[in-house]
Design a protein around this ligand. Structure first.
Ligand code: GLV
Ligand code: MN
Ligand code: MN
Length: 412
């Protein structure tokens, strides 16, 4: 198959997509259902329509763009990723797997191929946990792991429910209908930047993911006693933030205690109430992220953090409540899909190597409902979730080329 990936077109589209942002360039902030997210969705829809794909959106805004195969009754081959971006992020996380998948479909269309199975681009809603505190919201619901009842209890920091937010964005369908019926897809493949340094360090252009690490997150709420920063004397204090600071250090210590390089933990959110320089913090809310490729070890870290919370609460005379927002199992990629990706690398003459994904992806949840694989491309210095995230056009084009070959193979 003589396949032409239009790297210049794809680079241009990634750059246009990056302009839909609540942060000044080069930073990208695109939180689900905010104005930049809605404008970015409209842009992606327009590109998919121009490529002749037929579009469908579900009740939470997952977008399905289908290139019909010769036999549309067969389970389709699915590919895709997300376009939402955490605060102060870069322009490649997720977007490469959406616009790259579209470019792969267009490159296949240009060869004159008519696939036997349909090929569907799936753009997932809210892979990032920024707004509702839980990652991979769209794919979780598609997989059926999270149900409509749990989704309806989600709220953002301003108290808006998921239902309020999705309906305001024009997604008014029934959340209970989002879960995919069994056997919908014969395979799912996600193209993504590595978000780590290994491919670049090893000089290898493509990584074939064999497993995805198990993510968990914890919300910790500390209630102490506020008061005047001048008048409340130190022995009388029940400072909620200082308790939170100790808990954040305990999170770090818990991750380090495993002595395993694969255990990581982060306290990435800390809200202090009332947030005035001359007021003792009365309340502190933390959001903690814990991951490991070993689920048991990850759970042991969560348990250590819970123990530390009890200890800090007693010593500092504050109340600490914890809520496990999610504690997901790791995923294994499907051998046949990995084989299809490997064969596609060989066909194209590109070197590749197997690897673990330490970041989570919608593929983690799609693996529950479809045989799943992931293709990684290098990103500069492994940097991600930062404005200086960068993937070279030739590396993106290589990933798109292999994705296209793999989609054709899986759809044949
Ligand atoms: C995905 O964005 C992750 O945090 O792994
Ligand atoms: Mn991300
Ligand atoms: Mn991502």
């Amino acid at each position: 198959m003589s396949l032409q990936v239009d790297a210049a077109r794809l680079t241009h589209e990634l750059q246009v997509l990056a302009t839909f942002s609540a942060a000044p360039a080069p930073a990208v902030t695109r939180v689900v259902f905010t104005e930049p997210d809605r404008a970015a969705r409209a842009y992606v829809r327009s590109l998919c329509t121009a490529a002749g794909l037929s579009l469908r959106e579900d009740a939470v805004g997952n977008l399905f763009a289908r290139w019909a195969g010769e036999d549309p009754s067969l389970p389709a081959v699915c590919t895709g990723s997300h376009i939402d971006a955490i605060p102060n992020a870069g322009m490649y996380d997720g977007t490469v797997g959406v616009l790259g998948a579209l470019e792969a479909i267009r490159a296949l269309q240009a060869t004159g191929l008519r696939p036997r199975r349909s090929i569907e681009l799936l753009m997932f809603t809210s892979e990032e946990p920024t707004r509702f505190g839980i990652g991979c919201l769209g794919s979780r619901l598609l997989s059926g792991l999270t149900d409509a009842g749990a989704a309806s209890r989600l709220r953002d920091r301003d108290g808006a429910t998921l239902d309020d937010a999705r309906q305001a964005a024009g997604f008014t369908g029934t959340v209970a209908d989002v879960a995919l019926p069994p056997g919908q897809y014969t395979a799912f493949v996600e193209l993504h930047i590595e978000q780590g340094p290994l491919l670049e360090q090893r000089g290898i252009g493509l990584g074939l993911v064999t497993a995805i690490a198990a993510p968990a997150s914890l919300r910790v709420t500390i209630d102490g006693e506020g008061g005047h920063a001048g008048a409340v004397l130190m022995p009388a204090r029940r400072d909620a933030f200082l308790a939170g600071a100790e808990i954040a250090l305990a999170v770090e210590a818990a991750a380090r205690s495993t002595d395993a390089i694969d255990t990581v933990a982060t306290t990435g959110v800390c809200h202090v109430f009332p947030g005035a320089v001359n007021s003792v913090p009365s309340r502190c809310e933390l959001e903690v992220d814990v991951r490991d490729i070993d689920e048991g070890r990850r759970d042991a870290v969560l348990a250590r953090v819970e123990t530390a919370c009890v200890d800090v609460a007693a010593r500092r005379r504050v109340s600490v409540t914890t809520q496990v927002v999610n504690a997901d199992p790791p995923a294994r990629c499907d051998a046949a899909v990995v084989d299809a990706l490997t064969a596609s690398c060989v066909d194209a003459g590109f070197a590749c190597e197997p690897m673990i994904s330490r970041a989570y992806h919608d593929a983690l949840f799609m693996s529950r409902v479809a045989p799943t694989g992931m293709l990684f491309i290098p990103c500069r210095a492994g940097v991600s979730h930062r404005p200086d995230e960068y993937a070279a056009p030739e590396d993106i084009a290589r990933g798109v080329h292999v994705l296209a070959l793999a989609l054709a193979r899986l759809a044949s």
